[in-house]
Design a binder for this molecule. Structure first.
Ligand SMILES: Cc1cc2nc3c(=O)[nH]c(=O)nc-3n(C[C@H](O)[C@H](O)[C@H](O)COP(=O)(O)O)c2cc1C
Length: 150
């Protein structure tokens, strides 16, 4: 069975709404033989990353970048995972108050360094997530999970 790892920093209800929509998409009844593992970014380990087949990353924008928690995750796993995870699919979502540009740039840059393959459009939201936003998150989770089906 394939594993989709969702690594997220979720400090608010708006971020939680996006996370839950991603999980809902990834665990839709149509998705078979894909295990979904969710880990808070401060608890996720290199072993979690090595054991998974694809990834969804979720973060708020903080001080013009991704959250310190997601940055810490990447700091921990980058070199231990560099050789073995190249080419694996990933997607991500960012919630911000006004400007998520720096967070997006940071995630794109680090995942390019890791050699991960973005398999879905990024979802970015700068307000309370509306229906179209949570639907986009649902699609994000479903797309990544469906891509891991046998
Ligand atoms: C210390 C701090 C820094 C932040 N920096 C940014 C930022 O650079 N860009 C942005 O769009 N939002 C920024 N925000 C807003 C957060 O992204 C936002 O609070 C988070 O996505 C949760 O959304 P919510 O507060 O609407 O629930 C910041 C929030 C905090 C607490």
């Amino acid at each position: 069975m394939a594993t989709l790892l969702i690594v997220h920093h979720t400090p608010s209800p708006n971020c939680q709404a996006m996370l839950e929509a991603v999980v809902s998409g990834a665990t839709a009844p149509e998705i078979e033989n894909v295990q979904v593992v969710r880990r808070a970014a401060l608890a996720a380990t290199a072993s979690d990353v090595l054991a998974a087949d694809g990834y969804v990353l979720g973060t708020p924008a903080n001080l013009g970048y991704m959250s310190g928690a997601l940055k810490h995750f990447f700091d921990q796993v980058y070199y231990p995972c560099l050789d073995e995870t190249r080419g694996r699919p990933f997607g991500y979502y960012v919630h911000g108050g006004s400007d998520v540009t720096g967070a997006v740039r940071g995630i794109e840059s680090i995942t390019t360094g890791l050699g991960w393959r973005r398999a879905a459009d990024a979802v970015t939201v700068t307000a309370e997530p509306g229906k179209s936003d949570t639907e986009a998150c649902w699609e994000l989770g479903a797309t990544l999970a469906a891509g891991l089906m046998d």
